[in-house]
Design a protein around this ligand. Structure first.
Ligand code: NAP
Length: 211
């Protein structure tokens, strides 16, 4: 069983990952600015308030950790302005992991990041760039920073996120020729991540996840 740090743990994929990892028997440190007010509780869970942009917060959160899950997000209302959270937080996290000797990272980015940008359908390309372009440019920088490191990474690139419970029925697309957009629940993304905490089947791979 691993000791897992989930960064961005208070809601969304991060929160679903906390639940799935706890259910799988892992110890979880749940990191978010609002972690102190998380209603989730239970054996193996440590709520850890902190800012992913603060190097001291990240350094102390990494103590005793085996696996990092990076599940940061920005509110939709902030997507039309400049987005720097993903790259800036990663520029803090990667050297901190190297210093702490923590090698394994599962980083949630999204379909359309990095080399999956070319897989966006022609009709979706312009609206996608208009709405998500700034965030995905920053996610590109996030993935590039991690690729340049010596860390054991997996890029988790979900399609369009939906609410709802985990089904375990989703596709894990590893080949660029197979990459395409689709719907997937946050809970199913978390199901994949929880499986990779021990499994390491997709180390140094980018996977597109769709239902
Ligand atoms: N929406 C989609 O269809 C879609 C599709 C593909 C990929 N994605 C990506 O999937 C990821 C997860 O999205 P989501 O909707 O599940 O999550 P989300 O609801 O956006 O949650 C974001 C998490 O990040 C934390 N966070 C933000 N800034 C932080 C900071 N400075 N320090 C520490 N924690 C911080 C938040 O907690 P606090 O505010 O408490 O700090 C929260 O726990 C995002 O990167 C999103 O872009 C989304």
């Amino acid at each position: 069983m691993a000791h897992v740090l989930v960064i961005g743990a208070s809601q969304g994929i991060g929160l679903e990952t906390v639940k799935a990892a706890l259910a799988a028997g892992h110890r979880v440190r749940a990191f978010a600015r609002s972690a102190a007010t998380m209603s989730l509780s239970g054996q193996g869970l440590e709520r850890f308030p902190g800012d992913a942009l603060n190097a001291a917060d990240i350094a102390s959160a990494l103590e005793g950790i085996d696996v990092v899950v990076q599940a940061l997000g920005v509110p939709a209302k902030n997507l039309l302005g400049p987005v720097t959270l993903f790259s800036a937080a990663t520029n803090v996290l990667v050297p901190a992991m190297e210093t702490a000797g923590v090698r394994r990272i599962l980083s949630v980015t999204g379909f359309g990041t990095g080399d999956s940008r070319d897989a966006i359908g022609l009709l979706q390309r312009i609206p996608f760039r208009l709405v998500f372009g700034r965030a995905y440019d920053d996610k590109d920088a996030q993935e590039m920073r991690i690729r340049r490191s010596g860390l054991d990474w997996t890029f988790v690139r979900p399609g369009v996120l939906t609410p709802g419970s985990a089904t375990g029925r989703y596709r894990i697309l590893t080949e660029p020729a197979s990459w395409r957009n689709g719907l997937i629940s946050r809970a199913d993304v978390a199901h994949f991540i929880a499986g990779e905490i021990d499994g390491r089947s997709y180390e140094r791979k980018a996977v597109v996840l769709i239902g």
